[in-house]
Write a protein that binds this ligand. Sequence first.
Ligand code: 6GU
Length: 224
Amino acid sequence: MRIDILTILPELLQGPFSESIMKRAQERGLLDLNVHNIRDYSKNKHNKVDNTQYGGGAGMVMTIQPIADLIKKLQSERTYDEIIFMTPDGEVLKQEICNDLSLKGNIIILCGHYKGIDERIREHFITKEISIGSYVLTGGELAACVVVDSVVRLIPGVINDETSALTDSFQDNLLSPPVYTKPAEYNDWKVPNVLLSGDFAKIDKWREEKALERTKKRRPDILK
Ligand code: 6GU
């Protein structure tokens, strides 16, 4: 999968993709991640990428020219399945969106800033708008990292334990049950006996019950 991220703060995106599973996905050739600095495409003599908004009002708006030139350049090199704009007024990210995106070949992710981007970019280029929740971030970069991480871990071969991504919370509209590891006893805190029983039918049943109980209590909204 190829992902092109368009940003005015490319440094902000280095850390999350140079460690652990995201790093491995790139080393294994399963993720081809390209970060582009929008400012490099500005034809303004000071490399400006924003301006005041028509009609007045506080806050700068990202201009069309550098973003349009960068998107058109990328589109001349390959076909994109999705051009995503990260924005607090987009569709709120859910596991189904991540599953869907993990099946794509090439995607562009545009990170917004300031008051937003000129609406004509959204009208003429953007195919999908995503928010990561009901709160405001200073820019779309951290949200883009969330999208990329949640999508890339679903690509076959990225996570070593094949079953692990399938048994995630949310994949079956249930939160995960509690988990324990050694020691079986820490001070007087004991691991539930059923997990030490070796009776796997009983263990599965216990896990299902706990997952359901936890979901009812914490996230009744996701229950089918
Ligand atoms: Cl995608 N961008 C910004 N700036 N804030 C957000 C967001 C995105 N999603 C939630 N809050």
